[in-house]
Design a protein around this ligand. Structure first.
Ligand SMILES: Nc1ncnc2c1ncn2[C@@H]1O[C@H](COP(=O)(O)OP(=O)(O)OP(=O)(O)O)[C@@H](O)[C@H]1O
Length: 455
């Protein structure tokens, strides 16, 4: 098995975390205004296009495969109104260099909507409906193009100042998606790799022309079959260590059969906390041939969170996550989902019989029957029973009073929870303290010139 890409620690001052300042291909065309935030595999900066002053987000992705996946998905989805717009990108020439995606800048996200609504007490039903409609349109576009998002959560649903919600973060950057991956080359992932080479360092017109070309777009669609969804191990036992079991408050309610090379082997890879809350049971049980239904489960969790303003299943470990789901929906049995006992980890973890499951109604107190019904249509154990994005969009809930508010009357948070930006300071400190040899990684660039520009 090839070595898996490891996530960058966000606390360490890694040279890669601000290497964008040394990228002449970017700094020549964009002013970098500061770091917006960092994910497991990427740093995102706010930038301004020099040619016309357009605000952009510059996403520097430190993992080769994540960048390939995100570019592929965003090209396939170009023009979809509820998917973040990829304006252009600079491809990584090899595994030591980062790809940089130039995205439209979106100042808020759904996590901030929920945060602000907690202060106000609730999100008005007409607003919940409008947010849901936009999420559903984005998801419908993804599934129509055979793109499975795999990481739907409030912080990945970005919002423009005028209330347009867009699905973002298509890199499946969470650790759980890359556990056990064979290292593939971009040539394997994308037979049309030559197209990417052409875009690198191209001037903006050339690059945009490349993005607009039907050839590039169709080539992306053609690779759908090449991008196997069986390439990861997101299972409960793969992503939790025995430490998770020891610390688990529900420990008494299940028994767990550790296999040689099972949880221990992957014990360190437990960092998908936000994502875990939205993860479908088939993934937690180790399924490797799942489909777009995993996004529909996440959507059900998201919808419940918009209604309750609290996460529905806030698991503290992957086993705790399953335990919480089972306590609400009941045990996962052949009756609930014929064939579930074939899930890879089904026979490795046993939960006590839940005589009286809590039920989704009890988890959604004071909500209407149509709201509860819609959550139920999405949160089914059997993936085949989950309502599709299109079916959900046509659910009578959206046609009932109160009707969805117009997009322009949505209350848009003034900001998301921004991480402290220390990128420019780190860059300056690095230049002051490190030896010349380290600066060699920036090639022949004049470091004083870069420092002056970005201080
Ligand atoms: N187009 C954009 N406009 C504005 N901010 C963005 C944009 N894209 C991403 N961001 C912000 O940049 C930060 C990092 O984003 P990124 O997608 O890399 O990671 P994440 O979603 O926080 O974490 P992970 O990828 O590990 O799930 C987040 O705060 C995100 O909201």
């Amino acid at each position: 098995m090839g070595s898996s890409p490891q996530p960058k620690t966000t606390t360490a001052v890694s040279s890669r975390s601000w290497s964008i300042y040394g990228r002449a291909d970017i700094t020549g065309r964009y002013d970098i205004l500061g770091r917006i935030g960092s994910g497991a595999y990427a740093d995102v900066y706010r930038g301004r296009r020099r040619s016309d002053g357009l605000d952009v987000a510059l996403k520097e992705i430190h993992d080769y495969q994540s960048s390939a996946r995100e570019i592929e998905a965003l090209l396939a989805l170009r023009g979809a109104p509820n998917v973040v717009d990829l304006l252009e990108y600079c491809w990584a020439e090899d595994e030591d260099e980062d790809a940089v995606l130039v995205l439209e800048f979106l100042p808020a996200d759904l996590a901030a909507v929920i945060r602000d609504a907690k202060k106000a007490g609730a999100i008005a039903v007409g607003e919940v409906k409008q947010w849901m409609i936009q999420i559903l349109r984005g998801l419908e576009a993804c599934h129509r193009s055979s793109v499975v998002h795999r990481d739907l959560k409030p912080s990945n649903l970005l919002i423009s100042a005028d209330g347009i919600l867009k699905l973002a973060d298509f890199g499946q950057n969470g650790t759980c998606w890359t556990v056990g991956l064979e290292q593939q080359t971009v040539q394997e992932l994308m037979p049309q790799h030559q197209n990417f080479r052409e875009t690198r360092f191209a001037n903006e017109d050339d690059t945009l022309r490349e993005l607009d070309s039907p050839r590039a777009k169709n080539a992306m669609y053609d690779t759908d079959n090449e991008m196997s969804l069986q390439d990861c191990d997101a299972s409960c036992l793969a992503t939790c260590g025995t430490g998770d079991v020891e610390d688990d408050p529900l420990k008494g309610s299940y028994s767990y059969k550790a296999e040689e090379g099972g949880a221990d082997e992957y014990g360190a890879l437990t960092s998908c906390v936000g994502t875990r809350w939205f993860r479908a049971p088939e993934l937690l049980y180790g399924s490797t041939d799942y489909g777009q239904e995993i996004d529909l489960w996440s959507l059900g969790c998201l919808f419940a969170e918009l209604l309750n303003l609290e996460p529905l299943f806030p698991g503290t470990s992957d086993i705790d996550q399953l335990g919480r789901i089972i306590s609400v929906l009941g045990n996962l049995t052949e009756e609930a989902w014929p064939g579930c006992s074939n899930l890879p980890d089904y026979s490795k973890i046993f939960f006590n019989k839940i005589e009286n499951p809590i039920g989704l109604e009890a988890c959604l107190p004071n909500r209407s029957a149509s709201e509860v019904n819609l959550v139920k249509r999405l949160l089914c154990y059997n993936p085949a029973n989950r309502a599709t994005a299109t079916e959900t969009l046509h659910d009578r809930y959206f046609a009932e009073e109160p009707l969805p508010v117009p997009v322009n009357s949505l209350r848009v948070p003034s900001s998301r929870d921004e991480q402290n930006d220390s990128s420019q300071e780190e860059w300056a400190n690095y230049q002051e303290t490190e030896s010349d040899s380290d600066l060699d990684e920036f090639g022949s660039m004049d470091s004083d010139e870069v420092k002056g520009k970005h201080k």
